[in-house]
Design a protein around this ligand. Sequence first.
Ligand code: HEC
Ligand code: HEC
Length: 376
Amino acid sequence: MNQSIAIIIFSILCFCACAPNPIELETENLFGSLPKEVNHPIDNSPTMEKALLGKKLFWDPILSGSKDIACVSCHHPNDGYAEQLDLSIGVGGVGLSENRMNGVQVKRNAPTILNTAYNGISSEGEFNPSEAPMFWDNRSSSLETQALQPILSAEEMRGSEISELDIIDTILLRLQNIPEYVSMFHKVFGESGISEENLGKAIASFERSLTANDSKFDQYINGDASALSSLEIRGMINFTEVGCANCHSGPMFSDFELHVLTVPENDKLLEADRGDGNFAFRTPSLRNLVQTAPYMHNGIFETLEEVMEFYDDADDESQNSNVPSQNRDEKLEQLNIPDDKVASIIAFLKALDDDNFDKEIINEVPSKLPAGGAIN
Ligand code: HEC
Ligand code: HEC
């Protein structure tokens, strides 16, 4: 990791030295390549069978109150394990991607599951999977804990027929009546078999297998100087220089901190989304953006060009009438985005994409319900 950071400092300095007008760069907030291996919690060591069990559960609508929504309904491999809608559609929803409709309106956009194994990674490449921050407001930690939240949520998977207190027991009982799950849980977890804890562990183990850590950028940092074009390299330098890396730092291009950006509200929602309570949201990773549009916590921007326009305007005034300008994160004021740098920055962001991840479509799940729920 240190080596990767060293290389990027070197390439930036080298570029500056060669440029006719040397540029002063902040070198504190840098980024680097992702480690090839992910860390697992001590009490949830990975096995092939465990990840496979997690994958089946991820695709199985048996985990939803009305047995018609699976995790994959909103985090589908064809959509980079994110979704094409601005805001998720939960209980009662039918269809997939831009064709998903009806159903309960969820207040946020589904982030990708890709690379969530690295959530919380520091600029030094350190990360603790048991404390990995989850959600746009960081309100949950670890994939194991997070995995049960959508099942409990009335909007996303539970519905209103079964109470929050009863839903997990109801789901566990359903799983106990499916011989394939009984034997898989037993094989993977031994005596403890089907339990709330093991449900979270299996899903988390599958999610940790969803990595996309070999983008052109990673290849470049790891020594292949030809992996990035000169436009992309210029974009990388401009990205740092205009101030993006003050928040989008480290190997995930996120400090995993909450910031008030004043992103405009999505008119589909009757009430403003206050994020952590004060309109702050977590810096998202910038990896795999090519596959995860639309952008921001409420999917308000469809393209990276729109995101860049937003930052250009947000550096001197609030873009959300609920949030006074002085509440904006002060790092926004430091942004300075000359028009002629936008194209290279976007080219660089696209070079953070790695299309080589598990895209397997599951056609049959142990419950024999339609795999993926009412998505077809
Ligand atoms: C109805 C759509 C929907 C379903 C179904 C759904 N999710 Fe999500 N998911 C979302 C939304 C929306 C968010 C962001 C919510 C927030 O930040 O408040 C999210 C966030 C997440 C995150 C956090 C990622 C990060 O980087 O912070 C993970 C992990 C995740 N979901 C996994 C799952 C799993 C596992 C399941 C199934 C048990 C599931 N989701 C079911 C819509 C959905
Ligand atoms: C003050 C910290 C900060 C700075 C500086 C910053 N960002 Fe962000 N960025 C964030 C936060 C926080 C979000 C999520 C905001 C939300 O959803 O309300 C975000 C969201 C994004 C997204 C959307 C990603 C997604 O998956 O939805 C992109 C793209 C992005 N930023 C690129 C940039 C670029 C390019 C720059 C430099 C011009 C930049 N950011 C500067 C904190 C920052």
